[in-house]
Design a protein around this ligand. Structure first.
Ligand SMILES: Nc1ncnc2c1ncn2[C@@H]1O[C@H](COP(=O)(O)OP(=O)(O)O)[C@@H](O)[C@H]1O
Ligand SMILES: [Mg+2]
Length: 162
């Protein structure tokens, strides 16, 4: 019996620039339909990482900001990026109840901040990004391929970030 283990890589970033660079390395390699789920306390760099994703997807001309009041921001690039922030959701904990099921299972790329709030309803195939505060300038970032499809992508990201 062989059960597939989730594959993960760890990166330590020492500046905003490095966190954006790691997001960019991933964004470069994403394909339509990919879902990136970000988890980490406030100020750990989730939004910075999504800026990097947008860079990697060639999105220009609009700054990625935290969609704190509007739950979803859409950025048009070679593949559309849907940036969802669940910080303000209350008791709702289901993709369908939130009305974002069609986006998450659609042909764009979806990046979800505070994804752990809906963890039971996330797609089986996804990339989980967990960010931890180390000190003022340092963040620990784990990127995990959940399911089998994103392992190769993360191997490439690891190579690029060496
Ligand atoms: N290595 C780092 N990576 C990302 N952000 C950092 C880093 N070091 C310091 N910071 C600061 O941490 C904050 C991260 O903000 P943000 O990306 O909005 O976090 P979140 O979306 O997780 O709440 C910013 O104020 C940024 O300047
Ligand atoms: Mg944020």
């Amino acid at each position: 019996m062989s059960e597939l283990q989730d594959y993960s890589i760890n990166i330590k970033t020492k500046s905003v620039r490095e966190t954006i660079a790691s997001g960019k390395a991933l964004g470069n390699l994403l394909s339509p339909g990919d879902v990136v789920c970000l988890t980490g306390e406030l100020g750990t760099g989730k939004t910075c990482f999504v800026k990097g994703l947008a860079d990697g997807l060639g999105i220009k001309g609009r700054t990625v900001t935290s969609p704190t009041f509007i739950i979803i921001n859409e950025y048009k690039g070679k593949i559309p990026l849907y940036h969802i922030d669940l910080y303000r959701i209350g008791a709702i904990d289901d993709l369908r109840d939130l009305g974002i099921e069609e986006i998450v299972y659609g042909k764009g790329i979806t990046a979800i901040e505070w994804a752990d709030r809906i963890k039971d309803t996330l797609p089986d195939e996804r990339i989980d990004i967990t960010l931890k505060w180390v000190d003022n300038k340092t963040r620990f970032i784990e990127m995990k391929a959940v399911g089998r499809y994103h392992r190769e992508i993360l191997k490439k990201v690891a190579k690029e970030m060496q």
